[in-house]
Design a protein around this ligand. Structure first.
Ligand code: PLP
Length: 414
């Protein structure tokens, strides 16, 4: 974390905020302070307008029509694939499957990659800090294949115990999984180091990038993983968009998961042949307008630049952490050395849900609950935490408003 006292002069947050119409609204008569960005981000006008323009001027189905509109819609949809491939530095656009989000991506890998390979005694390795989307799909296919799911431990500070993870990469592990950034703790995991060891042992690695892609440049080739899954709605794009990047050799060996239109070469009752990747994995009509919006989201990130975004967010994270630490009886859950701007915390004598409900009445949107991470809550021995998650459009003044509201509502609960 950088010092909270010196904000970079170059990041014009007020200009950025003007691009997000929703940030100007009030809630319960108070100016909105939106600190639930790890749940879903707000959308800039450029994304909203791109989707509008698509429906007003270009709407048609993709890949099926030879008419002008069909060609325009197909070009836009496939253009997003090109953009996404460059965004995460995928070696080829054909290695990028467009999905409805991370959940569809991990399920695709579970059923299409893992299940056919699992035999009794095999295992899938994940970690204690994962979102359920990086646990439950593995449990479902492990149960079918007679395999087990193992979870690597974390420290009290919320850091993955990397040596333990690497020790657990034993020969029966057929797939290793890890989140790039924890949605609860903000912890950034050392994916490169893990990937290097997985490669040495011939174990493919899946990385859940849902909470990384909104905050930092991702280069899947430099990371060295085999699968990288992420979701669009946390990175300024519409809900129902996301992607799975996978190495070509895996995609070629994987059978399709969903069957239907768009994913075939020829259908006969004597047997069907399939399209090449990525289309083999994209049955049915996709969320075309959503992916048009996703392209605009990527352009938006690139217009700001991740260097500026990261610097600003780290300043906000440091400031919010510092302010929260001033509150007696407040405990931050997750104090890793390297974090993205997500802060979970607990306050003595107050239920997280009560606090979140009262904060809402003050115009402050934070999340309370288990954050789809039951095993992590079990590790900390709590049913829930409060989570403030920041984005580059948040301000220091919003953090002040959040802290003031928190002090006020805590008083009410005493
Ligand atoms: N993985 C992580 C780390 C997440 O934070 C989330 C969403 O909260 C998901 C996976 C699931 O994403 P989606 O619901 O968009 O599929």
């Amino acid at each position: 974390m950088t010092s909270a006292t010196s904000m970079p002069a170059t990041f014009d947050v007020q200009r950025v905020r003007a691009d997000f119409p929703l940030l100007a609204r009030s809630v319960h008569g108070k100016p909105l302070v939106y600190l639930d960005n790890a749940n879903t981000s707000q959308k800039p006008l450029a994304v909203i307008e791109a989707m509008n323009t698509h429906y007003r001027e270009h709407n048609a189905n993709v890949s099926r029509a030879v008419h002008q509109l069909g060609e325009e819609a197909t070009a836009a949809y496939e253009g997003t694939r090109d953009k996404l491939a460059r965004f995460i530095n995928a070696p080829s656009r054909n290695e990028l499957i467009l999905t409805s989000g991370t959940t569809q991506a991990t399920n695709l890998v579970a059923y299409s990659y893992a299940l056919p390979r699992l035999k009794p005694g095999d295992a899938i390795l994940t970690t204690v800090m994962e979102h359920h989307a990086n646990i439950v799909p593995w449990q479902l296919v492990a149960a079918r294949g007679g395999a087990t799911v193992k979870a690597a431990p974390i420290s009290e500070r919320g850091e993955l115990i990397v040596e333990k993870y690497l020790d657990m990469l034993t020969p029966e592990v057929k797939l290793a999984c890890v989140t790039h950034v924890s949605n609860v703790l903000g912890t950034v995991n050392p994916v490169r180091e893990i990937a290097k060891e997985c490669r040495r042992r011939g174990i493919p690695l899946l990385v859940d990038g849902s909470q990384a892609v909104p905050h930092r440049p991702v280069d899947v080739q430099a990371l060295g993983c085999d699968f990288y899954a992420f979701t669009g709605h946390k990175m300024l794009a519409p809900t129902g968009t996301g992607a799975l990047w996978a190495r070509r050799e895996h995609l070629e060996a994987m059978p399709p998961f969903f069957g239907g239109g768009e994913m075939i070469r020829e259908v006969r009752f004597s047997g069907t042949t399939f399209a090449a990747p990525p289309h083999k994995f994209e049955a049915g009509t996709p969320n075309i307008a959503g992916f048009v919006g996703m392209a605009a989201a990527i352009d938006y990130y690139q217009s700001l630049g991740f260097e500026a975004i990261h610097a600003w967010e780290q300043q906000l994270l440091a400031y919010a952490t510092e302010r929260l630490r001033e509150i007696p009886g407040l405990r931050i859950v997750g104090e890793a050395a390297e974090k993205e701007p997500v802060i979970s915390f607990l306050i003595d004598g107050a239920q997280a849900t009560d606090l979140a409900t009262l904060l809402d009445l003050e115009g402050v949107a934070v999340r309370s609950g288990h954050h789809c991470a039951h095993p992590l809550m079990q590790f900390y021995g709590v049913p829930s935490t409060l989570r403030a998650s920041l984005a580059f459009y948040n301000t220091r003044e919003e953090i002040d408003a959040f802290i003031a509201a928190l002090l006020k509502v805590r008083q009410l609960l005493r």
